[in-house]
Design a protein around this ligand. Structure first.
Ligand SMILES: [Zn+2]
Length: 117
């Protein structure tokens, strides 16, 4: 199975934004904006230090937007990452297999490493 070669490689599973099984401690949202004008928010537990930069989904470094903070004592839906969305459609097992297939193709030189965007 695909597992063998991927051992020790965990992709995205440590995301800050897991929706399931999260206990709602006090969180606040930190807003970032990247050079391409993508705005997004991450939510941090209240006593966590917000990093001044965060990598945007487009790969650019997004900067902390002002110091605007919203305290949410209620559970708000966290921004979903592409990874989260993927996981809604596929199990991690399936993803591992897909990834492996792609890796095989890559190694065989059948894929280009230049994603659009
Ligand atoms: Zn961006």
């Amino acid at each position: 199975m695909a597992e063998r070669s991927l051992r020790g490689m965990r992709i995205g599973t440590n995301s800050l934004e897991t929706e399931n099984g999260v206990r709602f401690v006090a969180r606040h949202k930190i807003y970032y904006v990247c050079p391409n004008n993508h705005e997004f928010a991450i939510s941090l537990v209240l006593d966590a230090q917000a990093p001044p930069m965060w990598e945007c989904r487009c790969g650019q470094k997004a900067h902390l937007r002002d110091s605007e903070e919203e305290t949410t004592e209620k559970a708000t839906k966290p921004a979903r990452t592409h990874w989260d969305m993927l996981l809604e459609r596929r199990s991690e097992e399936e993803l591992k297999e897909l990834l492996n297939e792609r890796l095989e193709l890559l190694k065989a030189g059948k894929l280009s490493l230049h994603p659009k965007r």
